[in-house]
Design a protein around this ligand. Structure first.
Ligand code: APR
Length: 278
């Protein structure tokens, strides 16, 4: 176990024990849980950070409450706020971060079992993390369909509409077209439900850049075995981290902590090689 099992006061920077564990033969299946904090250094705001978070900066959209921009019933009545935001957030404008390259490096080292992400920016994919290792729990902009008849809609036509801030409508029933992003009130992709049981196989859970406020995603942290150490890399302490003896809390900017971790693992050269490719 990462803390040799003895309960210890959690030092905010217990990095050496994480390094030692990753280098040990006990660490074979690493599971990741990512949130918007992983992409903030790419220029994509997170949701809830005070001041900089998206939910504190949507006044221009005149929403009844910030989350309405991602609520299916609000979208049905008024798709304009979402399309305005989609225009600003649309994938392709942003470069993956050092943290995204770290995830690819874990895969290259044959340590990555699954990367569960809440992010819709597809930066894990763009960083070169193998597709079959990624679970986009809240969907992504990759595909889209009519919210009424569910008919899939052409990718290029959708891209063009979002670029022009024009609302795409279904060719057959005139319903509004929405990217396959999971809105509040919608179910998560079946791929998520299928992947959840694998958490029992985790030898190490690393949670990066999330407030752990949205369920069911946040509940994944409780699904790893008691014997599986959990590492939080975040600006602030979240969830039930600290409740287990093997919890390690590394507070700070994820890119800086990831770089420090790779330096201690002697993986810095590999990390930079992968990041240069993005
Ligand atoms: N390094 C480390 N942590 C960071 C960084 C950073 N550079 N930037 C932000 N954070 C932390 C914040 O302190 C916060 O705890 O990342 C977390 C981001 O939390 P949220 O903004 O709530 O984002 P997230 O947890 O991904 O939101 C979950 O909410 O609106 C829904 O569907 C949406 O997937 C999203 C879900």
């Amino acid at each position: 176990p990462i803390n040799q099992g003895n309960p210890k006061v959690l030092k905010a920077r217990d990095l050496p024990s994480v390094v030692q564990y990753i280098e040990s033969s006990a660490c074979e299946n690493v599971m990741l849980m990512l949130g918007a904090g992983v992409s903030t250094s790419a220029g994509i705001p997170d949701f809830r950070s005070p001041e900089t978070g998206l939910y504190s900066n949507l006044q221009r959209l005149n929403l009844p409450h910030p989350e309405a921009v991602f609520e299916i019933n609000f979208f049905r009545r008024n798709p304009v706020p979402f399309y305005t935001l989609a225009h600003e957030l649309y994938p392709g404008k942003f470069r993956p971060t050092i943290t995204h390259s770290f995830i690819r490096l874990l895969a290259e080292k044959k340590l990555l079992h699954t990367c569960f992400t809440q992010n819709i920016d597809t930066l894990e994919r763009r960083a070169g993390v193998p597709d079959e290792k990624i679970i986009e729990a809240h969907g992504s902009f990759a595909t889209q369909r009519c919210i009424d008849c569910q008919r899939p809609y052409d990718d290029a036509k959708m891209k063009d509409h979002i670029k022009r801030k024009a609302i795409a409508k279904c060719d057959s029933c005139q319903g509004f077209i929405k990217p396959d992003i999971v809105f509040f009130g919608e179910g998560l992709p079946s791929a998520f439900a299928r992947a959840v049981p694998n958490l029992r196989k985790a030898d190490l859970l690393i949670v990066i850049g999330t407030s752990l406020t949205v369920h069911p995603f946040a509940s994944l942290t409780g699904m790893v075995d008691e014997s599986c150490p959990r590492v939080l890399i975040n600006m602030e302490r979240v969830g039930d981290f600290g409740s287990r003896t093997d919890d390690v809390i590394l507070l700070g900017k994820c890119d800086e902590i990831v770089l420090e971790l790779c330096q201690s693992l002697d993986w810095e050269k590999d990390l930079n090689r992968l990041w240069e490719l993005t």
